[in-house]
Design a binder for this molecule. Structure first.
Ligand code: ADP
Ligand code: ZN
Length: 608
């Protein structure tokens, strides 16, 4: 978040500069100028002037003699000589003796020089600094800067950079929900007339990187109202008591600027359930209470709409989500196939594309990615084109960058021994072949044995033809079989097992466990939930809700289920041993194999 602070510092800055300039000027310039007013003459001229009675004032010191002419317009200076009768002769000439002679003749000029010039310099510098500061604040925040400068309060206004709904691809449901808010901000009277009150707060919930912040900005952008933004974690980071006052501050300003949007990111940082635990955080609770008070404090329809974002809605305090506060919940989910394609297109507007780019395929390959990851994929592709000195981004760039984003960069000089390469080829073909042989399994898109920086030695990219919402028990079982297919191939071909299957094992276990504890896919447990998901959007952690004996049972059933599928995979591979060898050999030679090539070879085609 960017904060625009009132320009307090520049003012002090100005005073400092005035003092400094005056001081320096007097120190260096004035004496120099003054000096130049004194005319230095030789002793002879001095004696001549005494004779001619032209001396006005005179001052004799140990080292020099200063004197003026009769009109006292010019100051002269000369050295001291051994001249015993000097005083008498001076007296006779009518000169007046003085203790100090003004070294400059014109006091007006002196004044002008020592004050006028520094003031002039100051004005010039001041003007310059002023312009620089306004320019800095210009552009993004120019509009707010002028008016904010006068108040001392911290300001949370952030420019929305002209983001509109059209910039947020997919997420149609969320946009629909928010469009009503925009409509309200445009024309509040329409709502007050009927007596409808718009929700005070909306909660955007969904996994990270799905565009929650973007949507909030888009609401402000569409309605053309100020956008106040702060992150929940900022409240709690601060000194004791600061959180609550910052909330007060924020709402005070928001009310002044209404209609406007207040956006609180990561609201779970302050809005966690309040409990009586020892570790409870007073500061956080005070901040939360202040937030609740503020939300109750203003009546509906006053034009301040609060949007908050979180990826752990289940941890929020119920007081926050009750009606009258954040009473509307807007899910912002991971994009589906169509959404991914649209997001890719939105971000691809910024880059130059070759003719062969097919976003549908890219979107299909990038299943499970978030909007932020898709944006990253497009950018990685552009970077790859630049690295290769090309002007256009190709389909290959995009496909490679999916793998970069998912699995890391290719390890260019990773050393894999020949034997290892063979094992990895069989392992990956094992996955793909098991997947292909089970009719319910999705076909493969691509298999590669080029090591990645993430540590993967190779992988099989499966592609769902279209996003499925429901999965049958059989489909889930085939998935488990596919996960075990890699290890199964190693066992059958080499009679040995390697560490290469650790990720497969993790995935298979997770799926098997979910089938038994959450999806009710085990006859013995029927439709009883043994586990609940506590963290839907962040990895999906679960917590057990059953007795110790049942836990034992669950573990046994998970093992049995995975074992059964592992056997099934081995069976499939044994039956297709000849295809397995052919495919593995091909992959070993080419290192990368596409889905089409795979199917050709599998069907006995003669891909060379
Ligand atoms: P969140 O707040 O949900 O974590 P952000 O709104 O900060 O996510 O999104 C991060 C970035 O991801 C955005 O700046 C944008 O480039 C990209 N992005 C995410 N979702 C979308 C989308 N639906 N359409 C276009 N870009 C998106
Ligand atoms: Zn594997």
């Amino acid at each position: 978040m960017k904060e625009v602070k009132s320009p307090k510092r520049p003012l002090i800055y100005y005073y400092g500069i005035v003092l400094l300039v005056v001081f320096l000027f007097n120190l260096v310039v004035t004496p120099f100028l003054a000096q130049s007013q004194v005319v230095e003459v030789d002793y002879g001229t001095f004696m001549q002037m005494i004779e001619d009675e032209e001396i006005g004032q005179v001052q004799v010191t140990d080292s020099e003699i200063l004197f003026t002419d009769k009109d006292e317009t010019t100051v002269y200076k000369t050295g001291v000589m051994d001249d015993p009768n000097l005083t008498e002769r001076l007296y006779a000439s009518g000169a007046t003796f003085t203790k100090e002679i003004e070294q400059t003749s014109s006091t007006f000029l002196n004044l002008l020089l020592s004050f006028g010039v520094p003031i002039l310099i100051f004005i010039v510098i001041g003007q310059y600094l002023n312009r620089r500061l306004t320019n800095q604040a210009g552009g993004k925040n120019a509009l707010q800067f002028g008016s904010m400068g006068k108040s001392n309060a911290k300001v949370y206004v952030q420019s929305t950079e002209g983001i509109h709904f059209s910039d947020v691809a997919g997420e149609d449901e969320a946009k629909e929900s928010l469009a009503e808010i925009v409509d309200y901000l445009h024309d509040p009277d329409k709502y007050t007339e009927v007596g409808a009150s718009i929700p005070k707060g909306l909660l955007l919930v969904g996994p990270p990187g799905t565009g929650k912040t973007m949507l909030a900005k888009a609401v402000a952008g569409e309605a053309n109202v100020p956008f106040f933004s702060i992150s929940g974690s900022e409240f709690v980071e601060m000194f004791v008591g600061m959180g609550a006052s910052k909330v007060r501050d924020l709402f005070k300003q928001a009310k002044e600027k209404a209609p406007c949007i207040v956006f609180i990111d990561e609201i779970d940082a302050i809005g966690k359930k309040r409990d009586a635990q020892l570790s409870s955080n007073d500061e956080r609770e005070q901040t939360l209470n202040q937030l609740l008070t503020e939300m109750d404090g203003f009546e509906g329809n006053n034009g301040v709409i609060i949007l908050a974002a979180t990826n752990r809605p289940e941890s929020l305090d119920p007081a926050l989500t009750r009606p009258g506060r954040f009473d509307r919940r807007v899910p912002v989910e991971l994009p589906d196939l169509k959404g991914r394609e649209e997001i890719l297109k939105v971000h691809a507007k910024k880059i130059k594309l070759a003719d062969d780019v097919d976003f549908h395929t890219v979107a299909r390959m990038a299943s499970g990615t978030s909007g932020a990851e898709l944006a990253n994929i497009v950018n990685e592709a552009a970077l790859r084109a630049v690295r290769d000195n090309r002007k256009l981004v190709t389909q290959a760039d995009l496909e490679e960058s999916i793998e970069v984003v998912i699995a890391g960069y290719q390890k260019k000089n990773a050393i894999m021994s020949d034997a290892e390469k063979k094992v990895v080829s069989y392992h990956e073909i094992g996955h793909a072949l098991v997947a292909a042989m089970q009719t319910d399994s999705a076909p493969v898109q691509k298999i590669t044995i080029i090591p990645r920086t993430s540590g993967a030695l190779g992988y099989t990219m499966q592609v769902e033809q279209n996003d499925k919402c429901l999965l049958t028990k059989e489909e889930l079982e085939s998935k488990i079989a596919t996960y075990t297919g890699g290890r199964a191939a190693e066992e059958i071909v080499f009679g040995q097992i390697t560490t290469g299957a650790s990720n497969d094992i993790e995935q298979a276990t997770k799926l098997a466990r979910a089938m038994i504890t959450r999806y009710g896919m085990n006859e013995d447990f029927d439709m009883v939930a043994m586990e609940t998901v506590t963290n839907q959007y962040l990895g999906g952690d679960t917590s057990l809700a059953c007795s110790a004996e049942t836990q034992k049972e669950i573990d046994k059933k998970v093992v049995a289920l995975v074992k059964e599928q592992h056997e099934k995979a081995k069976q499939i591979l044994r039956e297709n041993r000849e295809a397995l060898d052919r495919l593995a050999q091909y992959l070993y030679e080419k290192e990368t194999i596409t889905g089409e090539e795979f199917m050709d070879i599998l069907r006995g085609g003669a891909a060379q």
